[in-house]
Design a protein around this ligand. Sequence first.
Ligand code: SF4
Length: 343
Amino acid sequence: MYDFEIDRILGEIKRLDARRVLLQFPDGLKSFSLSLIDELQSRVDGVDFLVHVDPCYGGCDVALDEAKRLNVDLVVHFGHTQFIRGDVGVNVLYIPAFSDLPVDRAVHSAINLLRRYSVVGVLSTVQHVHKLGEVCRLLEEAGFRVVVGGRCGRSLFDGQILGCDVCSALSIVDEVDVFLVVAGGDFHALGVALSTGKPVIVADPYRGEARDISRLVKRTLSLRWASIMKARDAQVFGVIVGVKPGQVRVDVALRVKDLILSCGRKCYLFAGREISPEAFYPFIDRVDVFVVVACPRIVIDDAHRFRKPIITVGELKIALNVSRGDYTSTLPLLHGEEDEGSS
Ligand code: SF4
């Protein structure tokens, strides 16, 4: 079902003469880990493979600290492309885990939902990005003009999007009427819709179906605006810095703190790895609104789980009247100009 590129992993083990290897998977791929180890061990001797069991949601979260403590020679990070730039002090091999699921049923289903548009922007998660040529051909045969998003931001491939980086969509936003996102679930498509303001259709290869996410977008926007409105009147803010390797943006958090103080409000700084509601229970009586300077999708997707409003940096700027009130303007900030502090 997925291409784990075993030859490439073995080649890297051989090149590094690695003896201890840490395998890191997002939750959806963990069930393949033991079969993969069986296959690797049948082809190489003298190597210990460890499966990293903690949650992993993105390429921002490579287990670098764990790798150093475990003294491994190589981390193989599955399901994502390289996110953290520069020398990280550990050998990391990224295996995107391309899916072999067919896309034709999902795209044919999407064609019915795309009928009222002429120009379609085509995007995908990394698992299906190698199928975008086929997606384009099917759409063109159905009479659409097709534009594939560019390779930019943290995308390694044309048309690739991440939950927090839809640069590929933004590169073609003025050319298209609608976006077609090839992905399982609505997570990535929602990021595209919120960041571009354009209609988005999901072609889901796992279900072999397509869906219009406009109701989800409307519901999400109404929740986001409710939180922004609460932040307008808030007096005490908590600014949360992530400590996962690709989420460390202390400089941004300090600038956010200065902004809050300059508006006559109070601010506390927090740092954490898992930004969960439970982690912030001890503070909710003292803090009116939390600003997340970590994974921005915690705000977009999990806000309903928190007992106090949580907002992104872009949303804070709207609340404090330092940026225009257009919601799409908040999201390029996810990992755009606010990103200088990333490691
Ligand atoms: S910051 Fe969030 S959305 Fe971006 S890669 Fe990490 S987990 Fe995914």
